[in-house]
Structure formats: structure tokens, C-alpha cells
Design a binder for this molecule. Sequence first.
Ligand code: G6P
Ligand code: MN
Length: 458
Amino acid sequence: MGIKIAILGAAGLRTPLILQAILLRQARLNLRELALMDIDGQRLEVIAALTAPLEAANPPRFHIQRTTDVEVALQGADFVITTFRVGGMTARAIDERVPLNYGVLGQETTGPGGFAMGMRTIPVLLAVAEKMKSLCPQAWLINFANPAGMLAEALVRVSGWQRSVGICDAPHTLRRALAALLNAPAEQVLLDYFGLNHLGWIRAVRFQGADHLPRFLEWIRQLDQVPGMPISATLIATLGMIPNEYLYYYYHTHQAVENILQAGLSRGEQLAAWNERLFAELADLRAKEDYEGMQSAYQAYLKQRGQTYMVNESGQAHNLEQIDAALAESLSSEGYAGVALDLIEGLGGDGPRQMILNIPNQGAIQGMGAEDVVEIAAFVSGGAIQPLSVGSIPQHCLGLMQQVKAYEQLTIEAAVEGSYAKALTALTLHPLVPGFEVAKQILDEYIQRHGDLFPPLR
Ligand code: G6P
Ligand code: MN
């Protein structure tokens, strides 16, 4: 029999990495069919030309279907992976530029950028969940699309889709890095982790019965700057926890905005330009049937993207390859794809394994609602996800999480109800927005510049 996986948004530049990871694990995955769906059929073909060598080197023992029809892709799927970017990289550039015009952080997920991305993506994702109800009612929905936490919340609150999980590579990369520093296999290192997506903290690093966090903090106390971590070493030592790198935008807001303004362009603007150039280059090489040239252009792009991640924003190298070759080597290169496939294998009965996922709190964190989606450690095994109990957390973490959760919920309601007032309230109470007047200017500029990509707001 075997399973069917559907990937929606499969013309994205990470698809070759997903396919590669699937092919490497195909003996374990027991895959019958892989549907690669995207609304952009031409780009789907370009990506197919990029993955052809992978398929030749490691022939798939499953059927690959490429389609622009979402219903064809969903039909009979066991796992649906959503990874689309509504409006493409151009829309991300707008998400990030508009707040910068008012001196406010312009970032893909944190701050107003995440609000705008959420507004564009929520209606599309909820429509997918609606279709799944008849086409694949038993399927798990694994969402990569950002803002991953807010989208997971929308799926639970609005669609009531219980078998949905939001994933992010950041906590898993952190876990691998810590495991590498301990010389331990990542699967054996258990993190006591809590928060929201891109807003989490590590409170303990357990390996062989001991908590190694105090040792890490001891090391951090002696540094000016922790390699690969944009947040001040002094602050980390004071917190007594290792924060998710995205907390940089909350703990060093002024610095982040200054750095981005100084760089002259946001990450989305940088990537929009690179993507445009890459796709032009790929089309050109494909016309010449230069498939090796396509590969090298793609690999060079990935390398450049990896090496520049968070560099302008933080003013320091973030890529581990640049910091420590040995550490980089020991980290898996599977990234996002690895997290999704670990989850699929775990749900398929291989386990139990610990993963950090965006799932309903169900009492895990004291002070957060039962249905509030949080990012926490959970055990995944045959068809079930069991969140680990977190208990009480520092008040400053809980306060920030609750504030951001309130903003997320208002954004979801604004998108679903088409409410201008709720959208404005959501932005006004975001901790990184300096109040009502600026919130209104940002919102109005988004509405004007995003046009039909935004749900109509009354
Ligand atoms: C990390 C985050 C993702 C985010 C990505 C941005 O992987 O976990 O949520 O989308 O970075 O990387 P980019 O190269 O697009 O700036
Ligand atoms: Mn993420």
C-alpha cells in the first residue's frame, strides 16, 4: 500500500532539498505517491529539472505527480505539507519595507511583517483545510509556511483540524548544535523548551540524566558574543536560559532596525532580487539544456542564502560553516525537510521521538490557554503527539507570550471576519509597534500595497 504525501507550494526553492531527504529515507518512509503541487506550473517544471539528477541517482520507488490542481494533490493524501508563500518573495519584501518606512522592525515573521504575511496566508491555508475535510479527512497537515505559530493557531481555532502541526527548523537546529557541542547524538539530547514559534527559550539541556545548561551558561558568561547567536551573551547569562535566535528582535529591537536600515535593504528585498536573478539564470540554462549549470547555479544560491541568513540584521555571521567547520559538519543538512520527515516517520509508528512542535498547549504551560498553540517539546509516536509538561515559567516569558498570543488571535479574527478594526487593534498591541498612529499608517499602507492579496477589510 504505502502512504501518499502532498506538498503544496512545491515550486519553492526548498523542494529539491525535501525530495532529496525523501529519497534518502525512502526505504523507511514506505511511500506510494508524492504529489508536488504549485499554482505556478512553469516554476514547477524548472524545479523538476533541478531534481532530475537526484531522481536519476536514487530512483524513486514511488510515483511522483506534478500538478497545479490542489484537489488532485490532496485526494487520498495521508500527509499534507504546506510550504507556500502567498504573493511570493515580492510580497515578503513589501511586508518588511512598510514598517521600516516608519522606523519599525521589518521582518518576515516578527512584528508587522508577520502580521501581513498572516493576513495573506490565513485565508489560503484555511481553504486548504476545508478541502481536506472531504478529500483526505484522515490526513495530517504539517505546516512549514510562516508565520508558523499563527497559522497553526488558525488551523486549530478556525478549522478545528486536530491533526495539524506547525513546524520550524530553528529549535531543532539549536538542539543539534547543543548536541554537537556535547559530542552527543541529537536524538539523545532532550530540551526543556517552551514558548511560541520564533519566541522560545531553552530551560534545560538533558543528556544522560544530567542538565548541561549550567555548563553552557558558564561558557557563555565568559564570552562577549556567542558564536552564531545574535543575542548578547550577558543577557543570555542573566536570563539563565538560551533564547531562540528570533528573540533578538525583541531584546535588541533598536539595533535590529538600525542594522536593517543601515544595510539599505531588508532580507526579503535581498532575496527577491536573488530569486529573480536565479530563476532567469535557470530558465536560460534550461533552454540551453545545461543541466549541470542549473545545478551549480542552484547550489551557489543556497550557499549564499545560508551564509547571509540574519547577517545584515544582527551585524554578525550567523552561518555555522563560517563559525566552526567541525560543528557545521556534524549538523544535519536536512533542515526543514528533516523535521517534517522525522515527524511523518514518528507518526507512522516509528518512535517515540522527542520533537519541538507547534501544537495546542493542553495544559503543558501553566498560564496559557488549553487551545493556545505553543512551541514545546512533545513525544511523537504511532499516530499521536503527546506534549511534555512544562509547568510554570518565568513571568517575563509568560507575559510576552500572552501579549503576542493576543495579537495573533486578533490577526486571525481580522483575516477571517474581514475586520479592519481588529486588524488595527492587533497591530496596535504588538509589542514592537509604537502605538495606534503608527499601527494605522502601517496597516493602511499594507492594504494599499498588497491589494487583492489581503482579505478585504471593512
Ligand atoms: C529560519 C526560520 C524560518 C524562516 C527562515 C528564513 O529557517 O526558522 O521560519 O523562514 O529562517 O530564512 P530566509 O533565508 O528566507 O531569510
Ligand atoms: Mn521558523
